[in-house]
Design a protein around this ligand. Structure first.
Ligand code: SAH
Ligand code: DHB
Ligand code: MG
Length: 224
């Protein structure tokens, strides 16, 4: 059972449970037409994120790594009236495509996209003393996951849920000798998580249209 099966099963699941949706389809199409890398979450994963955020009644959502805003649109759909998503993106072209996608989806007023390196934007965001983020999706450059997680804890509250994408990396996560900066970032993050008393966390491996990877769920159980 390999990629062909994983893709076929993901397509089956999406056909059964994730009905096609104009705004989401248009976001993917515009992203592809603009030459953005095709690394957005899969439809069934996007819905999974939306359901998680909805199940904890998230009002304030933070995303690190927007790309064309596909996952952002899913997350925005979890919000009650008055909720918002702040999403951080370093590449101007990605941000431009994402903004157009938010407009088309009718979500521009509740999505606040901040252009810039996340490591610069996060302290600026914290300085605004925003309401704590209930749900945080970390999905930008993997070498900086440890820093993004540290900032996420500062921006969260007890009960916040933090999801970190792409933490299995074809199983390379267990290769202690890997020189891949993404793998090194994830491994350093896991060391941090192991020692972190304020969260309870686990990782789940996934296969699907995007290959073999996985995510970590960290629940903030107590404050600093
Ligand atoms: N969350 C998106 C996919 C994000 S892909 C989705 O599932 O639809 C990762 C994104 O992070 C890319 O757009 C990339 O440009 C952005 N990124 C990479 N390094 C970054 C950094 N240092 N700061 C902010 N964004 C960054
Ligand atoms: C990559 C980034 C992602 O966020 C993802 O889900 C898959 C791949 C990448 O940078 O290759
Ligand atoms: Mg990802």
């Amino acid at each position: 059972m390999t990629q062909k099966t994983w893709t076929a099963v993901d397509n089956y699941v999406s056909e059964m449970l994730v009905p096609s949706d104009k705004a989401l389809d248009a976001a993917l199409e515009a992203s592809a037409d603009s030459g953005l890398p095709e690394i957005a979450v899969a439809p069934n994963q996007g819905k999974f994120l939306m359901l998680l955020a909805k199940s904890i009644k998230a009002r304030n959502i933070l995303e690190i790594g927007t790309l064309g805003g596909y996952s952002t649109i899913w997350l925005a759909r979890a919000l009650p009236a008055g909720g918002r998503v702040v999403t951080l993106e370093a590449v101007a072209r990605h941000a431009e495509v994402a903004r157009a996608n938010f407009e088309r989806a009718g979500l521009a007023s509740i999505i606040d996209l901040r252009l810039g390196e996340a490591i610069d934007t996060l302290p600026k965001l914290a300085a605004e003393k925003p309401a704590p983020f209930d749900f945080i999706f970390i999905d930008a450059d993997k070498e900086n996951i440890p820093d993004y997680f540290t900032w996420s804890l500062k921006l969260a509250r007890t009960g916040s849920m933090i999801i970190i994408d792409n933490v299995i990396r074809d199983g390379e996560v267990i290769n202690a000798k890997s020189r891949d900066p993404s793998v090194k970032g994830v491994r350093r993050f896991n060391e941090m998580l192991k020692a972190e008393k304020r969260v309870s966390a686990t990782s789940v491996q996934t296969v699907g249209v995007k290959g073999y990877d996985g995510f970590t769920l960290a629940l903030v159980t107590s404050e600093a």
